[in-house]
Design a binder for this molecule. Structure first.
Ligand SMILES: O=C[C@H](O)COP(=O)(O)O
Length: 264
């Protein structure tokens, strides 16, 4: 059975084409508003359907209202591993769901670096999200360039697959840690081989899964990946996840166009 999207009151599928942007902790509220004005105007015809942004918690309701009419989904970058109760400072999945949160990023190397988050914790958070109708975006990928992608991603995903219901929707952002915050994205051939591996690791799930690529992605990255994946369509991700490049709303819009063009 498909999980219920309580916000829309109906059963929905994950989008097929996904251009995403995580604003991390880069933007002020005024910056976020300026970003939303440009994107909101460009996608006011609903052309943003299925594309998404992940913002800090306080920006969630603001961004949701600023992007109304675009079709875009809004998510956040973390949530509490606890349910409602005595957990000072935490933001629960229940509160986020009430605010219309569609996605939550989990497992990002920056959170593991800054807060020592373990995959056990990430899995607990994924379960909390999923039980509350929020789709976890699991940031999976190898720490070092010469790591064994299958071995690393398999171990990371085992934590998650053991924690969320088999039929729950799941998004994986394949992000090799060595390509995050770097000068360039990982080589397209590496991305294609790795995405095919991740797809294979998820192939027995009854639930819907999507895979996007992140790590120094910018305009042109998705087109390069598609070109490298001509012989291996399973290795072509369902979209791209921008960090720094997406701070420029025009660059985000270019990625939306690129993903839409490549996948129609
Ligand atoms: O979630 C997004 C990624 O971590 C990518 O960030 P970056 O494009 O700044 O490397």
């Amino acid at each position: 059975m498909r999980p219920r999207d309580d916000r829309r009151g109906s059963l929905v599928s994950l989008p097929r084409n996904l251009a995403g942007f995580s604003s991390k902790a880069y933007q002020s509220v005024a910056d976020a508003r300026r970003w939303a004005e440009v994107v909101g105007e460009a996608l006011s015809d609903g052309r943003g359907e299925g594309h998404y942004i992940c913002v800090p918690h306080p920006v969630l309701p603001l961004m949701t209202s600023w992007l109304a009419g675009t079709g875009m989904d809004v998510g956040v970058q973390d949530l509490s591993r606890f349910g409602p109760g005595p957990h000072t400072g935490d933001v629960t999945a229940e509160v986020l769901a009430e605010l219309g949160c569609r996605y939550v990023m989990l497992g990002h190397p920056e959170r593991r670096r800054d807060y020592g988050e373990t995959w056990e914790t990430v899995a607990e958070k994924a379960a909390r999200a999923s039980e509350n109708g929020i789709v976890p975006i699991i940031i999976a990928g190898e720490p070092n360039r010469d790591d064994d992608v299958r071995a690393v991603c398999s171990e990371q995903l085992d934590y998650i697959l053991g924690a969320v219901a088999p039929e729950a929707d799941l998004m994986i952002a394949y992000e090799p840690a060595w390509a995050i915050g770097a000068a360039d994205a990982a080589p397209p051939e590496h991305i294609v081989a790795s995405v095919a591996t991740v797809r294979d690791l998820l192939s027995n799930r009854p639930g819907e899964s999507r895979i996007v690529y992140g790590g120094s992605a910018k305009s042109g990255t998705y087109t390069d990946i598609v070109a490298a994946g001509t012989e291996d369509p399973m290795g072509v991700p369902d979209g791209v996840f921008l960090g720094r490049a997406g701070l420029d709303p025009h660059a985000f819009l270019a990625s939306v166009d690129e993903v839409e063009r490549a996948r129609h």
